[in-house]
Design a protein around this ligand. Structure first.
Ligand code: TYM
Length: 333
């Protein structure tokens, strides 16, 4: 639904639950700034979501600042985008509870992320981990969001948000905009460097599987040098070559070259040369982000001012939706 200036609305979020990876960058954050001019954009650091898995308090606090600084280092100008921290806008938690009551146990039980995360955190399968998608639906629906840029791993959650919005609208008449995903087909799922059949994830305990946005050039080169390929030696994009195909996807994202061009460029060359080239392209592509990040993270007062202004702006929009919801449900407001 357009905002008061007639602009459509974009919302997305990233958890401050680990160091951000090139999966987060290529699948999500890098695409955020393309909406800044034509849309009203809300980009949130979703700290409430991150406590579904136990966090070390000092690290959570540090990563919250870092995630905000990374948003800005990746090109999100705080004057053109509303940048804020989820727990600073209480309407998220409030609508989250309300939507819990419109989300079915069966729906939540089918979420693959819940199944994966509960298998990995068997000692802490808490209720928040289970109802996580209702809070994510609240994030999105609070702003009457039209478009949600995310990687493919969030598609199932997004579909649930759409179903909850439609269910609520059907019971109480039109209340929420039903959002669409924006999933970049070229980089929607960057895979682990050591196991290219699984997603690159910031919570992966094996540091060699993951390239972090803030890794030094040496680390980036070392990780790509070790990346798993296959016993063949041709550089060709193919489903039966997941390691090479993942490296080609990363190389394409950082150089803008097509798969055909990449295949031609490395025709007759070995994996060693190819991996070095991917490492160089990735490290060079990330260098400006790293430099800008170093500048931004040194000024905590500025980051605090950005998050405060962002939260005020976000709360203004969120309150409108929340009071509409409360009235429709029958709460005394
Ligand atoms: P999170 O923090 O796990 O990831 C942030 C964004 O990065 C994308 N992503 C990837 N894309 C491509 N390849 C990968 N290997 C990869 N890993 C992560 C994710 O798809 C995501 O877009 N539930 C969300 C956070 C969230 C949210 C929201 C997102 C909470 N509320 C509302 C959108 C709208 C999450 O855990 O993302």
């Amino acid at each position: 639904m357009p905002d008061q200036n007639g602009k459509k609305i974009v919302f997305s979020g990233v958890q401050p639950s680990g160091n951000l990876t090139i999966g987060n960058y290529l699948g999500a954050i890098k695409n955020f700034s393309r909406f800044s001019d034509e849309y009203k954009t809300f980009y949130c650091v979703v700290d409430l979501h991150s406590i579904t898995v136990r966090q070390v308090p000092a690290e959570l606090r540090r990563r919250t600042y870092e995630t905000l600084a990374l948003y800005m280092a990746c090109g999100l100008d705080e004057k053109k985008n509303t940048l804020f921290v989820q727990s600073h806008v209480p309407a998220h938690a409030e609508l989250g509870w309300i939507l819990d009551c419109y989300t079915m146990f069966g729906e939540l039980s089918r979420m693959t992320q819940f199944k994966d995360k509960s298998a990995k955190n068997a000692e802490n399968i808490n209720a928040g981990l289970f109802t996580y998608p209702s809070l994510m639906a609240a994030d999105i629906l609070l702003y009457q969001t039209d478009v949600v840029p995310v990687g493919i791993d969030q598609k199932q959650h997004l579909e649930l948000a759409r179903d909850v919005a439609m269910r609520f609208n059907q019971i109480y008449s039109d209340t929420f905009t039903v959002p669409e995903g924006y999933i970049p087909t070229e980089t929607m799922k960057i895979m682990s460097l050591s196991d290219p059949t699984s997603k690159m994830s910031k919570s992966d305990p094996n540091q060699n599987s993951v390239v972090y946005i803030l890794d030094s050039k040496d680390d980036v080169m070392r990780k790509f040098k070790r990346a798993v390929t296959d016993s063949d030696s041709t550089i060709r994009y193919s489903e039966d070559k997941p390691g090479v195909s993942n490296l080609m996807t990363i190389y394409r994202a950082f150089t803008g070259k097509s798969f055909e061009e990449i295949e031609r460029e490395f025709d007759g060359k070995g994996y060693g040369d190819f991996k070095m080239a991917v490492g160089e392209a990735c490290a060079d592509g990330l260098a400006p982000v790293r430099d800008e990040f170093a500048r931004l993270i040194a000024d905590k007062a500025h980051l605090e001012a950005v998050m405060k202004a962002g939260a005020e702006e976000a709360a203004f929009y969120a309150r409108k939706t929340l009071s509409k919801v409360k009235r429709k449900i029958g709460f005394v407001v």
